[in-house]
Design a protein around this ligand. Structure first.
Ligand SMILES: C[S@@+](CC[C@H](N)C(=O)[O-])C[C@H]1O[C@@H](n2cnc3c(N)ncnc32)[C@H](O)[C@@H]1O
Length: 429
């Protein structure tokens, strides 16, 4: 397809996503089914433009003077992709293109007015979240929010049960793979620009043979900060599809026992296949609503990778940024508190609860931990910063820490997704 046709398609798909509140992947798939002439390369390219229009939605709407799919797409091309007005004019006139520019569109695209926009528009976040960002990132909140809007690289975790980083780097060198700066088992494929398609790792032999998993570096770091040792008893209470379970199993060298469970059977379903592919043998999966009473008070470590707003992964799912509501956030905060209260009962004296979210909002992070500690006088925070230095040294990127105990990773500070980690120790009786 020519660029003009892809632009017209992106406007159509974006319309479907915004009008029907659909995930981008579903809308793209449907579009592909009714436009069989388009290949997978075209669908991926169209997806790039749709995702970019969503990640910069507020600033694009401000620049364009309206929030329609067409306005957002044109402003993204002009101001984020650097396409000139004359080129947009020419593509607008092409057969199968998006149609000619109106006078108003031409005027809006000719002059960038973003300098006149309020801070939360420049930052591309919902206005009701400005306070939370300021509370978390002080003077750097706009820079942090902007970094959460940018495209993300593809990060992989090397499965040390089957391979090592040098071998994976070699196998993926044609994709520009580099070692991640923090995680010792991470490999990064750079974010692509414009229409360029990210490599499909799922097709690579090393993926199919279980040598790598797709996992952001922050998620790898969170699993490392659990500090699970070979031979220990670990409960992964919100295991979902098992991303962190697999990482922990590798750190434990397949020794000891990880109990993986989740309240939602659907979330847990892919874990069985993934464990097999990765050659993991020390995980016992407990289906949703299993009786876990035999584990009470016996775990060395409990990981609570809690359900959250996902504000830390807006780079990867930009549509969720605009769908988050104060009510949904309040529900997540309640669920997190319930998870922490449940986790508490499984830890042995002297053991740890490690609380993780992929969020950068203090309500879900520091405030949640403070509330838990006020309900659980037998728990005390441990310095995650010290654990960080022990694992990763002092020279690399540094996470945020509002309280000197927990830590927050973010695209601007650590070059990762936004993740929060707090380590809480159950005092010996
Ligand atoms: C952030 S996701 C987990 C991601 C997963 N750990 C990974 O690394 O791939 C949060 C999970 O918590 C689960 N969940 C929510 N409330 C729960 C509860 N009370 N007990 C256990 N799991 C819960 C959700 O079903 C969801 O799968």
């Amino acid at each position: 397809m020519r660029a003009a046709g892809r632009i017209a398609a992106a406007i159509e798909v974006l319309g479907d996503v915004t009008a029907r509140h659909r995930p981008v992947a579903d809308a793209l798939k449907d579009w592909g089914l009714s436009h069989r002439f388009a290949g997978s390369g075209d669908r991926a390219a169209i997806g790039n433009l749709v995702y970019d229009a969503l990640r910069w939605r507020r600033s694009s709407a401000f620049r364009a003077g309206e929030d329609t799919p067409r306005a957002l797409t044109l402003a993204t091309l002009r101001f984020r992709w650097g396409v000139g007005v004359a080129d947009l004019e020419a593509m607008g006139e092409e057969r199968f293109g998006p149609g000619p520019l109106s006078e108003a569109e031409r005027a809006a695209l000719a002059v960038d007015r973003l300098g006149e926009a309020p801070a939360d528009v420049v930052a591309d976040i919902p206005d009701w979240l400005e306070e939370a960002f300021e509370a978390n990132f002080a003077d750097e909140w706009i820079e942090e929010a902007e970094a959460l809007a940018a495209r993300a690289p593809v990060d992989l975790r090397v499965n040390t049960l089957k391979s090592d980083r040098a071998r994976v780097l070699k196998a993926l060198s044609r994709h520009g793979a580099t070692a991640t700066p923090i995680s010792p088992v991470g490999v990064r494929l750079p974010a692509r620009a414009g229409w360029e398609r990210a490599p499909n790792i799922l097709r690579e032999e090393i993926y199919q043979r279980g040598h790598v998993e797709v996992q952001d570096e922050a998620s790898q770091v969170a699993a490392l900060l659990l500090f699970a040792r070979p031979g220990e008893q670990v409960l992964d209470m919100c295991a979902g599809a098992g991303g962190k379970t697999l990482a922990i199993a590798a750190h434990m060298e397949n020794r000891g026992q990880i109990h993986a469970t989740d309240a939602d059977a659907g979330q847990l379903a892919p874990i069985y296949e993934r464990l097999k592919r990765a050659g993991v043998r020390n995980v016992q999966v407990h289906g949703a609503r299993s009786d876990l009473s035999a584990l009470k008070g016996r775990m060395d470590r409990v990981l609570v990778d809690a359900p959250c707003s996902g504000s830390g992964v807006w780079r990867r799912r930009p549509e969720t940024k605009w769908r988050l509501s104060p009510e949904a956030l309040a529900r997540r905060v309640e669920e997190q508190a319930a998870c922490l209260d449940e986790a508490r009962s499984f830890v042995r004296p002297g053991g740890y609860v490690v609380y993780v979210t992929c969020s950068v909002l203090p309500q879900e992070n520091e405030a949640q931990v403070d509330d838990f500690l006020s309900r659980a006088p037998d728990f005390a925070p441990v310095s995650a910063g010290e654990a960080w230095e022990e694992l990763f040294g002092v020279d690399g990127p540094k996470p945020w820490s509002a309280d000197g105990m927990s830590l927050t990773m973010s695209p601007a500070a650590t070059g990762t997704d936004g993740f929060f980690v707090a380590v809480l120790e159950r005092m010996a009786d």
